[in-house]
Design a protein around this ligand. Sequence first.
Ligand code: FAD
Length: 410
Amino acid sequence: MGKKGQAVKHIIVIGAGQAGASCVARLRAKGFDGKITLIGEEPVPPYQRPPLSKAYLLGEMERERLYLRPPEFYDDQNITLQLGRPVKGIDTDAQTVSVGSDILNYDDLVLTTGSTPRHLPTSIGGDLRGVMVVRGLADVDAMAPYFAEGAKVLIVGGGYIGLEAAAVASKLGLNVTLVEMADRILQRVAAPATSDYFRVLHRSKGVNIRESVGLDHLTGADGTVTSAVLSDGSLLDVDFVLVGVGIVPNTKLAEKAGIVLENGIKTDAFGRTSDPHVWAAGDCASFPWKGQQLRLESVGNAIDQAECVADNILGADTAYAAKPWFWSDQFDVKLQIAGLNTGYDNVITRETGEGAQSNWYYAGDTLLAIDAMNDPRAYMVGKRLIESGKSPAPTAVGNPDTDLKALLKA
Ligand code: FAD
């Protein structure tokens, strides 16, 4: 409901990405017939980001296929799409947002502003030409000319995006070095068994993975990066550098408007922020989960949370029940993840041949999460078990002769 108990008239969504597009589509699908405005600072219609470090970077996907909906969808649904328009401010008392010289009134406002990649500090050469991040379509279009066969690329950070970019670069015949400051790649997100699997994969394809080694600084000539000095003192000639060292949620607008932050824009279980007419979803938003404010950085979360917010604006009163899932493509391996492994104390590895492996995370007897590499069956079963709160015995899971589907019936 909007101001003074009237029916909602105008819903504004700030951030025309995955969550924003899902929210507006859901509002219409659920029968909302008021005004909807979706405002984005990028000059392109809402698009999917995952292919930016996979098929699109590899040159195997047309730009139009990135779009979440055909551009005419928004007109057809009577959704006003304002692109290339960064929102500058929100006045929660007046219930307005300012964009360009316009002041727009809202009854409900949804913040789906996403996140920004961490950049290297200028003091270590982060502003040199040829030092890039992989976040948006513009970033990837700008880096395409650098992906020439034989070029030397340094990738800083061994998380999913860094590893995916390394796989693409290697496939295209570049000379790839990846440095990870921690003692193993994927340390923040996965068990040693998963790190081991991907280290072996990358090395087998010629990627020079260097763990426990960070970047000390970059040097350049005429403002363009030419070499990197690593934390172990070694010197590397480079043609360009890709930085994949994590993201920070885009919270500035919310903060300026006096909305409470905690690990992102803080929402309650229904997606509502500290202001009753302002909601948030996607990478920028945190929600209550096991006594903390959790923030997830994934497509699945952006869609589900945004749809939940849309439903709640329309009065559903449904708490968000996160069902985390994620994927990554590297070389010919598809990694699929279900659940959240936070707090695991035991990992069971199941190997069923030809590179198919799954790692099952337990806390005591409770199954928390699964990483499945080229094993869609293990992923599918693991996901269903986790979502239905079932925990098969670790010994059964680890035995390659166990019929996984039978575990669902137990
Ligand atoms: P976004 O999609 O980032 O959209 C936010 C939008 O808000 C942006 O367009 C931004 O410009 C806009 N915005 C911000 N501030 C303003 C403002 N003031 N005014 C107007 N507009 C504003 N997830 C997976 O699940 N699987 C994967 O394999 C995977 N791979 C990925 C690969 C890459 C290279 C990247 C970058 C991400 C990947 N992700 C993956 C993560 C996933 O894409 C994000 O979690 C998802 O896009 C989050 O959706 P969102 O709507 O919250 O944010």
